[in-house]
Design a protein around this ligand. Structure first.
Ligand SMILES: CC(C)(COP(=O)(O)OP(=O)(O)OC[C@H]1O[C@@H](n2cnc3c(N)ncnc32)[C@H](O)[C@@H]1OP(=O)(O)O)[C@@H](O)C(=O)NCCC(=O)NCCS
Length: 224
């Protein structure tokens, strides 16, 4: 899909683009816990989405054929299967990076993953209040040197189009409360924060209704 003069959004395939997308992820999400697990983990993570049905894995390519952004979407409920399928991969990465145990977020994420694995945690606690089926925006990232050029907006537009193609009626995402830039971006793209009741620790849920759907159960109050 040709979106602007210099930007193209394409589906990511395993053969030719996986390494470039993993590289982009390491740059766009530098410092996030999953990048601390290393390039091998990020490759396996992205590959999991490419190989699973009903997902959206797209990359934004510039005029030099360079990957400058990417985004992932998957039907709500994906994370239990993802955590199960990648648990050994994660375990090996942790064993080879013992310093991670000193990272406070590591423990928070580990507990959440274990809860998800044993069925104590739902993907999106408020998903039942959204018009379904609902898709999670799992990740959206733009190369650090290329931000504020509307690449994120192009990717968001493509994710929403892809979700509609899958007959999705709503989108949901999680974002850290202190990620003010990302939250501003989501709000500019028409997303709204869910009510305070759906706040999980320092993570907020945002939602977006597709095709003018109404959702009375969710508050769109501003939680800034
Ligand atoms: C969030 C992110 C994807 C935005 O991508 P981007 O290509 O820079 O965003 P766009 O240029 O499309 O921005 C569209 C609008 O969103 C808002 N916005 C984007 N980045 C913003 C920032 N850092 N601060 C305030 N508002 C911002 C602005 O209103 C912007 O329009 P404007 O530039 O005309 O003011 C990018 O900053 C990023 O990759 N961040 C790191 C990864 C991340 O946090 N991802 C989200 C959590 S999964």
């Amino acid at each position: 899909m040709q979106l602007t003069k210099n930007l193209t959004v394409v589906p990511v395939t395993e053969d030719d683009m996986l390494d470039d997308v993993a590289e982009l992820h390491l740059d766009a999400f530098a410092g996030h816990l999953n990048t601390l697990l290393g390039r091998g983990y990020i490759r396996a993570f992205v590959k999991w989405f490419i190989r699973n049905k009903g997902t959206i894995v797209i990359a934004a390519i510039d005029e030099n054929q360079k990957v400058v952004g990417y985004a992932l979407g998957a039907p709500v409920g994906y994370s239990t299967r993802l955590n199960r399928d990648l648990c050994w991969n994660v375990a090996v990465r942790i064993l080879t990076r013992p310093w991670l145990i000193f990272n406070a977020r590591f423990w928070i994420v580990l507990v959440e993953r274990i809860k998800s694995l044993i069925g104590l945690r739902q993907d999106a606690p408020q998903a039942s209040e959204l018009p379904g089926p609902s898709m999670s925006l799992v990740a959206i990232g733009v190369a650090s040197a290329q931000r504020r050029n509307k690449i994120g907006q192009c990717l968001m537009h493509a994710i929403e189009g892809g979700a509609r193609d899958f007959q999705m009626r709503s989108l949901v995402l999680s974002v850290y409360e202190n990620a003010t830039a990302a939250r501003r971006f989501y709000e500019q793209c028409g997303w709204r924060p869910c009510s305070r009741a759906t706040k999980n620790g320092d993570v907020l849920k945002y939602y977006r209704l597709l095709d003018g759907m109404q959702c009375v159960a969710l508050s769109s109050e501003d939680v800034h």
